[in-house]
Design a protein around this ligand. Structure first.
Ligand code: ADP
Ligand code: 5GP
Length: 200
């Protein structure tokens, strides 16, 4: 697929997935800083906020009942149960951004990425790999936000997620952070410059 045919209207939908702890949140923050016009899709989740996370900015923190209501009303463009909690992508803000010709960035898991590709087959999918599982475990422990049981569950899921990396259009190994940010900014920037030139 060419850069051009990856467009949804006049914009791009970037889907970033990675095993938990591989650095998605850190990398998405860097992308948002580099491209302030990129619309970040704020997911809804039933998990508890981590220290420093803010409702409406990092996630929409909802109850399980609210989440189930969203399923019934079709509020989620995709949803999945990850690590025992529900996560979903609100459909309305994505459709609004794309209709306005603004590109969107999503940080979602592998199951969600597969569902969204059915809705938006043109989406640009990017998989972030940890250098290896031992490093992933160290990063999860170093982040200091998850209990040993939660870390064990996330590592088990990581193995399964990495097996599915080949269905992503781009795979980037997050070894040295600075280098990864620069590769990712280069990749996304390449697509966005295409969107800019097509809207002129
Ligand atoms: P995710 O969102 O994928 O779960 P985070 O962005 O929270 O991952 O990163 C997990 C931890 O690893 C954080 O403490 C983060 O600062 C650290 N980290 C991210 N990328 C790197 C890297 N390239 N080298 C070392 N540490 C990293
Ligand atoms: P965390 O709890 O570490 O923030 O996220 C756990 C996992 O849920 C990550 O793999 C993340 O990409 C995924 N996730 C976050 N938001 C969504 C979403 O809206 N939908 C889906 N399917 N996965 C999500």
């Amino acid at each position: 697929m060419t850069v051009d045919s990856a467009m949804v209207g006049k914009a791009y939908l970037f889907i970033i997935s990675a095993p938990s702890g591989a650095g998605k949140t850190t990398l998405c923050k860097a992308l948002r800083k580099a491209f302030p016009r990129l619309v970040y899709s704020v997911s809804a989740t039933t998990r508890c906020p981590r220290p420093g996370e803010r409702d409406g900015r990092d996630y929409l923190f909802v109850s399980r009942q609210e989440f189930r209501q969203g399923i019934e009303t079709g509020a989620w463009a995709e949803w999945a149960e990850v690590h025992g909690n529900y996560y979903g992508t609100p459909a309305a803000p994505i459709d609004k951004a794309l209709a306005e010709g603004r590109s969107v960035l999503l940080d979602i898991d592998v199951q969600g990425a597969r569902q969204l590709l059915e809705r938006y087959p043109e989406a640009v999918t990017i998989f972030i790999m940890p250098p290896d599982l031992a490093t992933l475990e160290k990063r999860l422990a170093g982040r200091g936000t998850d209990s040993p049981e939660v870390i064990a569950r996330r590592l088990e899921n990581a193995r399964r997620e990495i097996e599915q990396k080949d269905f992503y259009r781009h795979v980037i190994v997050n070894d040295n952070l600075e280098q990864t940010v620069s590769r990712l900014v280069g990749l996304v920037g390449g697509y966005l410059s295409q969107a800019d030139s097509s809207s002129k």
